[in-house]
Every structure is written in structure tokens, then in C-alpha cells.
Design a protein around this ligand. Structure first.
Ligand code: NAP
Length: 259
């Protein structure tokens, strides 16, 4: 695993860690993968779009592997994790980053819309975490990072299902931490503010009023970069964070405390 060195760098100790990043082919997930690979962590990125994953793998180099999987196909997850564990012999870090958003007026959100967001953003996170924890328990070691959102810090209009899903992620982070941390597995959650990715572009670019509102309550005054989440994930995955579990860490330019 990683540990802090005297010069404040995070260096790899002993065997090379293995990380799985869901949704690692783009945006925040790709930035986390980039930071992990740069710190000598073997990184498996998972997504549905093989072309996107292959393009990202090309950028990331030989420490990156790709697995094409639609995580809403829950029945595939146990064999996916078993396959990774059988091949590598250990899973050290799981980053539950894959997620989808839906911006729609409350009254227009269908039951299927709501269920679809919950399936991707909550249920699949539970299933892949459960299967990974089974493997981590064998080693009494591991780190799980979840990704929530400002939508679970305060009310945001037109994203009802997304808000419910991210609230669930924060509650699950705490529940998992109290139950599993006694066995050597740390579980934490990053709550990104508004980070410049395709997802935030879809939500903000054609809605100047919303974008102005975001920026006006962000003391640092601009959107975050995916790398801001990458470096935070590296810290929380490292031995430098060995006494940290169950936290929700906003990385948001102050958005969650902004006036
Ligand atoms: P993004 O670029 O759209 O990335 C989402 C990723 O999730 C994609 O790589 C996508 O890959 C993957 N994904 C979605 N559904 C999947 C499924 N069923 N199975 C496997 N992979 C799936 O968005 P992002 O902004 O980087 O978001 C990453 C995470 O950060 C999300 O959980 C999001 O809620 C959270 N977040 C983002 C912001 C922001 O401002 N950007 C703020 C707060 C929280 P494929 O298309 O290949 O399936």
C-alpha cells in the first residue's frame, strides 16, 4: 500500500496495489485512474463503452486494464470480482465512481427514471462493494471510496432521483464504515462540488442561471478540475489516511459552505 514519505509524496510500499475504478474511462474516474497509475497503482477501469475505455487505456499505459461491464447487470458482478481476484490475488482499492444524472422537473420523473438512477448509483455500488469486501476480508485490508455530490449536502432542484441516490451513498458509507472498519477495511466518501466534466456540462451549459448560482456560492470562484478529485482519492487510499474512515469529504471549492 501507499504511505506518506518525508517529502510529502505518497509512495508505494511492498507489493503493488490493485485498484478498481468504476466509470474510470472518463471525467472524474479517469482523473482518479491517472493519479493512481502515476503513483504506481495497477488500475482496472470499468465502463460500458469499450471504445472510450480503450482510448483511456492508451493514455494511461501498461498499468491500466479495462473491463467492459454494464454494472446495472447485477448478476454479472460476482463473477467480475471473482475473475479479478483470481487473476491478481488481491483487490486493495475499490472506487465506486460510475454514476448517471437526470435533470427533469419533479412531476415529470417517471418510476422507471427514478429506478434507473437508483440501480446505477446505489444498487450496483452495494453489489460490487459486497463482492469486493468478501475478498478484502480474506486479507483483512482494503479501501473503498464512494463518490457522492453536493446534491446530498443541500437541496438542488430538478435532480430528485440523483439527490436521493447520493444521499443513500453517504448513508451507506457510514453504515459500511462502522461494520467493516473493525476488519481492516476503510470506507470513505468524496463529495465533489461542481467539477468540469461531461456530466456537469450537461447540467450547466444550457442553464446560465444555474451556472451563475453554482459559481456565486463557490468561494474559490470556479468549477473544480477532475484532478482535484484524483489527488483526494489518492490521499484517502493511501496509508497517510490510515486513521480515516466513514467520512464524507467535500472537495468543492467551498460550495457546500457557500452563502
Ligand atoms: P461522466 O464523465 O459521465 O462519468 C460517468 C462514468 O460512469 C462514465 O465513465 C460511464 O462509463 C460510467 N457509467 C455510467 N453508468 C454505468 C454503468 N451502468 N456501468 C458501468 N459504468 C457506468 O461523469 P463524471 O462527472 O466524471 O461523474 C463521475 C462521478 O462523480 C459520478 O458518480 C457523479 O455522480 C459524481 N459527481 C460528479 C460531479 C461533477 O460535477 N462532474 C459532481 C458531483 C459528483 P460508460 O459510459 O463507459 O458506461
Amino acid at each position: 500500500m501507499l504511505q506518506a514519505t518525508g517529502n510529502n509524496q505518497l509512495s508505494v510500499m511492498k507489493k503493488q496495489p490493485l485498484a478498481i475504478i468504476t466509470g474510470g474511462g472518463s471525467g472524474i474516474g479517469l482523473a482518479i485512474a491517472t493519479t493512481f497509475v502515476a503513483n504506481d497503482i495497477k488500475t482496472i477501469i470499468i465502463g460500458r463503452d469499450e471504445k472510450k475505455l480503450r482510448a483511456s487505456q492508451k493514455k494511461l499505459g501498461k498499468l491500466c486494464e479495462i473491463i467492459v461491464c454494464d454494472l446495472t447487470q447485477l448478476h454479472q458482478i460476482p463473477s467480475l470480482i471473482q475473475q479479478i481476484y483470481s487473476t491478481h490475488g488481491h483487490i486493495d482499492i475499490l472506487v465506486n465512481n460510475a454514476g448517471i444524472n437526470l435533470k427533469k422537473d419533479f412531476a415529470d420523473v417517471t418510476d422507471d427514471d427514478f429506478a434507473n438512477i437508483m440501480l446505477t448509483n446505489v444498487q450496483s455500488v452495494f453489489t460490487i462493494s459486497r463482492e469486493t469486501v468478501k475478498k478484502m476480508l480474506l486479507k483483512k485490508k482494503g479501501v473503498i471510496l464512494n463518490i457522492s455530490s453536493m446534491a446530498s449536502q443541500y437541496g438542488i432542484p430538478k435532480v430528485i432521483a440523483y439527490s436521493a441516490s447520493k444521499g443513500a451513498i453517504e448513508a451507506m458509507t457510514r453504515a459500511m464504515a462502522v461494520e467493516i472498519s473493525p476488519f481492516g477495511i476503510r470506507i470513505n466518501c468524496i463529495a465533489p462540488g461542481f467539477i468540469a466534466t461531461d456530466m456537469s456540462a450537461k447540467a450547466l451549459e444550457n442553464d446560465p442561471e444555474r451556472k451563475n448560482k453554482v459559481l456565486s456560492r463557490t468561494p474559490i470562484g470556479h468549477l473544480g478540475e477532475p484532478e482535484d478529485i484524483g489527488t483526494t482519492a489518492l490521499f484517502l487510499a493511501s496509508e497517510a489516511a490510515k486513521y480515516i474512515t466513514g467520512i464524507i469529504l467535500p472537495v468543492d471549492g467551498g460550495n457546500s459552505i457557500g452563502f
